[in-house]
Design a protein around this ligand. Structure first.
Ligand code: NAP
Length: 259
């Protein structure tokens, strides 16, 4: 399917690895002009080269921390009028809420709630004026099914989701949609790091624990970043204009619900 977005401009945040990278790759294949960001310049350049090789897309890199005001300003300077915005950042660390102080909470809220909100604020009115906009917030399946040790993530992402629920219903009249894409387990550095930590804590073998987690999923496996990127690109496509304010779980069916 041609998603009808060739020539559109996109900002994809936190895109040198994992789900952000895959989303940028898929958008590149649709002929979208990309501005991609992450902190580690070498990884970001390598990803940009891979995308150019894969699809021939035009890719601009902005190496910075997207959770800072300076980082956001740099990315917006490289692409002041995006048609597509994919919000993403690293997730907060796991732990016990008794150990988290105000600074820990502020960092989580900054990264996973306020950063996407400020990037939306900076770009949504231009999208409304131009009568086209697609905003995808990469959050987590934990928005619908909280994971106890990820309290910082549960809290901050719930705040973003609540805010967007109202705005998404105001912008859709102008062909500007805002949706959440909620990953369950996907085979990325983040998942591998989490499983490695869990294996070390339990004195278990990493490969064995990974296989156990994958087999416990209804799909019998974890997701691939490619699958995630393609779903993200669809939400950014011209044909997805009647979908807004949704929180779409991609988890192989692990979230057990009839609705
Ligand atoms: P990943 O493979 O670890 O990749 C994270 C990417 O984000 C890297 O490119 C990283 O590059 C960049 N990044 C991190 N912090 C950043 C910052 N402050 N500013 C700019 N770039 C930043 O992670 P992932 O699995 O793709 O996860 C993406 C998001 O989905 C995370 O919020 C994660 O919590 C969430 N999630 C993932 C899963 C899963 O199974 N994979 C499940 C649920 C939720 P640099 O480090 O160089 O900046």
């Amino acid at each position: 399917m041609d998603l009808g977005i060739s020539g559109r401009k996109a900002i994809v945040c936190a895109a040198s690895k994992g789900l952000g990278r895959a989303s940028a790759m898929s958008l590149g294949r649709e002929g979208v002009e990309l501005v991609i960001n992450s902190r580690t310049a070498a990884d970001l350049e390598a990803t940009a080269a891979d995308i150019r090789k894969d699809s021939g897309a035009t890719v601009t890199t902005v190496a910075c921390d997207i959770t800072t005001a300076e980082g956001q300003a740099k990315v917006l300077a490289a692409c002041p009028n995006p048609d597509i915005l994919v919000n993403n950042a690293g997730g907060p660390p796991p732990g016990d809420f008794r150990d988290w102080d105000r600074d820990d909470w502020i960092a989580a809220v900054d990264a996973n709630m306020l950063t996407p909100i400020f990037l939306i604020k900076a770009t949504v009115d231009g999208m409304i004026e131009r009568k086209f906009g697609r905003i995808v917030n990469i959050t987590s399946a934990s928005v619908k099914s909280p994971i106890e040790i990820l309290g910082l993530s549960n809290g901050a992402r719930a705040g973003l989701t609540g805010f967007v629920a109202g705005l998404a219903r105001k912008t859709v009249r102008h062909n500007v949609t805002i949706n959440g894409l909620l990953p369950g387990p996907f085979d990325t550095d983040r998942l591998r790091t989490n499983i490695r930590a869990a294996a070390e804590k339990a004195g278990r073998d990493y490969d064995e624990l990974f296989a156990e987690r994958a087999s416990a999923n209804p799909a019998g496996r974890v997701g691939t970043a490619y699958e995630f990127g393609e779903a993200c690109a669809f939400l950014c496509g011209a044909h997805a204009g009647f979908m807004t304010g949704q929180n779409l779980v991609m988890d192989g069916g692990a979230f057990n619900s009839s609705q």
